[in-house]
Ligand binder design. Sequence first.
Ligand SMILES: Nc1ncnc2c1ncn2[C@@H]1O[C@H](COP(=O)(O)OP(=O)(O)O)[C@@H](O)[C@H]1O
Ligand SMILES: N[C@@H](CCOP(=O)(O)O)C(=O)O
Length: 297
Amino acid sequence: MVKVKVPATTANLGPGFDTMGMALNMYNTVEMDFHHSLDITISGVGMNDIDTDETNIVYQAAKMVFDKAGQECKGLRMHLHNEIPVARGLGSSAAAVVGGVVAANNLLGSPLNEQQLAELVTEIEGHPDNVLPALIGGIVIAGWGKEHLLYHKIKPGAQLQAIVAIPEFFLATKKAREVLPTQVSFQDALFNVNRASLVVSSLLTENYELLSEVMEDRLHQPYRSDLIPGMNALIERTKQVGAIGVVLSGAGPTMLALTIDNSDAVAATMQQVFTEYGIRCTVRRLVPIMTGAEVVL
Ligand SMILES: Nc1ncnc2c1ncn2[C@@H]1O[C@H](COP(=O)(O)OP(=O)(O)O)[C@@H](O)[C@H]1O
Ligand SMILES: N[C@@H](CCOP(=O)(O)O)C(=O)O
């Protein structure tokens, strides 16, 4: 039996759509063992929102590792314990995919190396920005090259905190991608190239004064704002009380505020603004982490 612990992630970091993400200290665990049939049990959050048959994505991801390794999968016994809320923009599906792939790879004696795991989880999820930090931790910038996935991991600054306001309502990533345009203007593309580059350089140099001016986006957030009541007001007001950057976490509806200090005021303001817009939410204070999925048993 193997037990794998996988972190939550916050993807995009504003302008880095489908490109950047960061691992956070909130975890799901996957326990997995060989079995003659499929037997899935679940505990923790979202128990009623997750399938326990062959459509379960932890199982589907695990089965792809068996297929790649040329091994027959007769069944699996799995217990999933979840802390990451489902369909809220904190990478629950990424954690499920990574948990399934890493657990199965371990069960089979590690036939796939890190590069192969990174490519497999990206193929399954469709974009690398949440699965890569879930797999290897830290802040990851990633994208497909001609043949291979290219990725680079940055160490988050030690002082950085991540406050997340998690609304009570679900927003499936699929739905939040359907509102995106198929084309954008040259000016908006240029704006995001500029801001994403400045986000990376300010994270690398821990220049939070610069970071506070550049976590802006024109490729996805404007199109998603109608799906998240209060999003723009929350960004504006949370920045006024000292957050470095305030952005949509992944595809939403969770909002992420990066802070160094002023965390109490930031957390209170996020809660307050959502409440004013009739949205019940849970605010959690998290920190970026350098460790991705790890085998704990
Ligand atoms: N722990 C889990 N185990 C299996 N499937 C999960 C788990 N968590 C989430 N999922 C699946 O992922 C879907 C949510 O994915 P998605 O819409 O991308 O939201 P998120 O932003 O949380 O990743 C759920 O509807 C469910 O099918
Ligand atoms: N780049 C993706 C990220 C989705 O992340 P999730 O954690 O919300 O699944 C997007 O913005 O669609």
